[in-house]
Design a protein around this ligand. Structure first.
Ligand code: 5GP
Ligand code: ZN
Length: 199
């Protein structure tokens, strides 16, 4: 989440930096395999079956063990590793091992599998960073600030006087207008009821 660089240049820089380091400095992906993830522990929808692994995706390559990361936790479905540009020490990313461009394309159960590990990982990273508070955040889509198009949650420890604003973004809010609220509620409910996509 660099303000000045593009994701591509960040990634290139990271890879360059990591390649220049001594082998002891390169983080081992101890629990990942050198090949693309194969079996799908979770049942998946027809839509998502197309998107198991993207060879050009930074995070798929981390999952596959082809790119290094500082892994803090993984299980069948999820891997968690330190963000290379942390907003706070301990800033961790939680990603599904299967490739989904963004949250809207993920099966609900896989999103739940990601969120399921968040409290456990957050507790441990709070202990490690001696913090008590944290934000969980997810950017879905370019306009929402997503830079790496492999869905991921951020866990960001917070401490007094850190450089982050109290709320994640500086929101410019307006009171909810009842007419718009009614129209939107009806439209959303209708779409949810008509949708054939699995939760
Ligand atoms: P987004 O803006 O897509 O929600 O966040 C992407 C995050 O991924 C950023 O915070 C960025 O620092 C991090 N990131 C980008 N490339 C890599 C990488 O190769 N390794 C790791 N560990 N983090 C990365
Ligand atoms: Zn991917």
């Amino acid at each position: 989440m660099s303000n000045t660089n593009t994701p591509a240049s960040i990634a290139a820089e990271v890879r360059d930096n990591l390649n220049l380091r001594s082998s002891t400095d390169i983080p081992p992906n101890t629990t990942t395999s050198p090949t693309a993830p194969s079996a799908a522990p979770l049942s998946s929808s027809a839509v998502t079956d197309l998107h198991d692994f993207d060879h050009k995706c930074l995070f798929c390559n981390i999952v596959a063990g082809k790119s290094p990361c500082y892994e803090v936790y993984s299980n069948e479905d999820v891997i968690c590793f330190l963000d290379i540009y942390p907003l706070h020490p301990g800033h961790t990313l939680v990603i599904p091992k299967k490739h989904y461009k963004d949250l809207s394309l993920m099966p609900g159960e896989l999103a739940a599998a990601c969120m399921n590990v968040v409290p456990k990982v957050a507790r441990s990273l709070m202990a490690a960073t001696k913090t008590k508070d944290f934000n969980v955040m997810l950017n879905s889509g370019k306009l929402a600030g997503q830079e790496v198009f492999h869905a991921h949650f951020h866990i960001i420890p917070r401490s007094k006087g850190d450089s982050l604003s109290k709320t994640w973004c500086t929101w410019s809010t307006q009171p909810l207008k009842s007419e718009l609220a009614k129209t939107l509620t009806a439209a959303i409910k209708q779409d949810i009821n008509q949708s054939t996509a699995p939760l």
